[in-house]
Ligand binder design. Structure first.
Ligand SMILES: Nc1ncnc2c1ncn2[C@@H]1O[C@H](COP(=O)(O)OP(=O)(O)O)[C@@H](O)[C@H]1O
Ligand SMILES: [Mg+2]
Length: 321
């Protein structure tokens, strides 16, 4: 399978101005992140809140500019030239966590789904209406002819998220960036939405970047996974390898947090230490060292991603089994 999208050494720092005499601080939201996405593949980006997942999605769509690094789509570097921006925005669509981030509550569903077609001047009014009905049926919002006339508040949360999916599909994108698309939905309807995304992903061979902090849905939907910690990929690889044989202490801690406590495993205490990392400059050396139960002297130096096999890489000086 060939790569459809690559990010290379992507970097984005944010400086928060200090108020009330406090020093300003710099957050390294994305710090030298590289990965590729194959055609038709679902790559998961996982990590706790603030690890930089959404920043990566925004950088890919060029809604924010990187400090350095590049985005390559279908072997073409996406710089800020108009035709390149158009290319990435036509072919890559985003699904946000909160439907109201991408739908205007004062617009009818038909207009919401049609809007990307209008922006990119696809077809005439009749073609667009036809496509809107078609795509609402794809996401199983029926009767589509009735749904188009409704306003977002007349739908349930699950239906609104389907509208967002329909809007993302309208342009027949090659890549969908789904940023925690089910985390705001009721647990009871999450599975339905995931099944629907998976069905459409397979049917149209769409490449997905699925952003989540939830490893259970990651395993269900993804083929590969990148684990992010404070703007860095600490482990990346085939999902069955990373989740069954995690090599980075942070990945292990994330997995332990979702598994049932096993009394036979109590001696293998792997929980993340909750010490206060403020006495350590987190950007010196391994970023996880302030919280890592296995920290050694060497961790003052930043670890690089190392290969275990072609489908599994991790960045840690301590070699755990
Ligand atoms: N526009 C911004 N200005 C300042 N800091 C930001 C901005 N966007 C994100 N950040 C910071 O960058 C870090 C990563 O944020 P984000 O990418 O939203 O993480 P995630 O999606 O994994 O929760 C956080 O510390 C966040 O506070
Ligand atoms: Mg986010």
């Amino acid at each position: 399978m060939s790569d459809i999208l690559k990010v290379e050494h992507l970097k984005k720092y944010f400086t928060k101005k200090g108020m009330f005499g406090l020093k300003s601080t710099t957050v390294r939201a994305t710090d030298d992140v590289s990965f590729s996405l194959k055609k038709g593949e679902v790559l998961v980006l996982a990590g706790e809140s603030g690890s930089g997942k959404s920043t990566i999605a925004k950088l890919i769509l060029k809604s924010i500019q990187p400090d350095s690094g590049k985005i390559v789509f279908e072997d073409q570097e996406i710089d800020n030239e108009k035709k390149n921006l158009e290319k990435i925005r036509m072919n890559c669509q985003m699904i946000h966590q909160d439907p109201y981030d991408s739908i205007n509550p004062r617009m009818k569903i038909g207009d919401i789904v049609s809007e990307p077609l209008e922006i990119h001047k696809i077809g005439n009014k009749q073609d667009r209406s036809k496509r809107v009905i078609e795509v609402l049926r794809e996401v199983k919002l029926e009767p589509a002819e009735e749904i188009v006339k409704r306003y977002p508040h007349m739908l349930s949360g699950g239906q609104r998220q389907r509208v967002v999916l329909a809007r993302a599909l309208a342009l027949k994108p090659k890549v969908i960036l789904a940023d925690e698309p089910v985390s705001m939905l009721d647990v009871s309807i999450r599975a339905e939405m995931l099944e629907l995304m998976q069905e459409l992903q397979k049917k149209y061979n769409i490449s997905f970047i699925y952003i989540t902090h939830d490893l259970a849905t990651a395993r269900y939907f993804g083929q590969r996974i990148g684990i992010l910690y404070m703007g860095k990929i600490v482990e990346i690889g085939a999902i069955n390898q990373v989740l069954t044989n995690p090599k980075h202490p942070y990945t292990q801690a994330l997995i332990d947090a979702i598994s049932e406590p096993d009394p036979n495993n109590l001696h293998k205490e792997r929980r993340i230490r909750i010490n206060d990392p403020t006495d350590i400059d987190v950007y010196q050396g391994c970023r996880f060292r302030a919280r890592c139960p296995y920290v050694i002297d060497k961790c003052r130096k930043e670890p690089n991603l190392e290969m275990i096999n072609e489908e599994h890489y991790f960045a840690c000086h301590v070699k755990l089994d």
